[in-house]
Ligand binder design. Sequence first.
Ligand SMILES: CC(C)(COP(=O)(O)OP(=O)(O)OC[C@H]1O[C@@H](n2cnc3c(N)ncnc32)[C@H](O)[C@@H]1OP(=O)(O)O)[C@@H](O)C(=O)NCCC(=O)NCCS
Length: 176
Amino acid sequence: MNYNFTPFPVLETERLSLRALNLDDAKSIFGLRTNKEVNEFIDRKTPNNLSEARAFIDLISNLTANNKGIFWVIESKSNHQLIGTIGLRHFEDEENYAEIGYELDPVYQQKGFMSEAFEVVLNFGFTDLALNTIEAFTHKNNIPSIALLKKQKFVLHPERRDEGFENNRSYRLESA
Ligand SMILES: CC(C)(COP(=O)(O)OP(=O)(O)OC[C@H]1O[C@@H](n2cnc3c(N)ncnc32)[C@H](O)[C@@H]1OP(=O)(O)O)[C@@H](O)C(=O)NCCC(=O)NCCS
């Protein structure tokens, strides 16, 4: 499957706008990616300053421009704040497969926002991209993330491993 993310597919829900990342988001992205609560179960390199946040934005923009991944900023329609991110990546053509990643500012957690974002992103993945499988790797103790995935009917695959992240577990959702 040849994906094409130009023009960028903006997705809308009742309370959210899922749009492309741009350099004006550097401060919010820096805040999100350095937030201790957000990072509790995510093993990743965090930016040390705004210029590293901008480098991350460049990397993501190139990934999307090259159709290797797609990353949405989750913006609240009520206050136009960047409240989180969600993305699909690691496409594997033969299997029509992608991996999903997601994070939300703690102030906005447990209000159904990520469930709302998941619904449009999963629909985009299975319908527009014709994916068969979407997989999430999440830390085995990440209760909020596991609750979200189970609510979306993702199924645990205990035999699968996330290379280099031995505490991560695989949850997969197949197209209907
Ligand atoms: C995981 C995360 C995105 C969930 O987002 P959210 O918007 O709070 O989730 P929702 O409000 O849509 O809730 C989805 C379900 O999970 C449950 N849930 C959410 N947070 C929970 C918590 N702290 N404890 C128990 N259940 C929780 C909700 O109750 C809901 O189920 P319900 O409708 O049956 O009640 C958010 O906690 C987060 O950003 N965590 C930090 C980043 C992270 O770990 N990302 C995952 C990397 S793999």
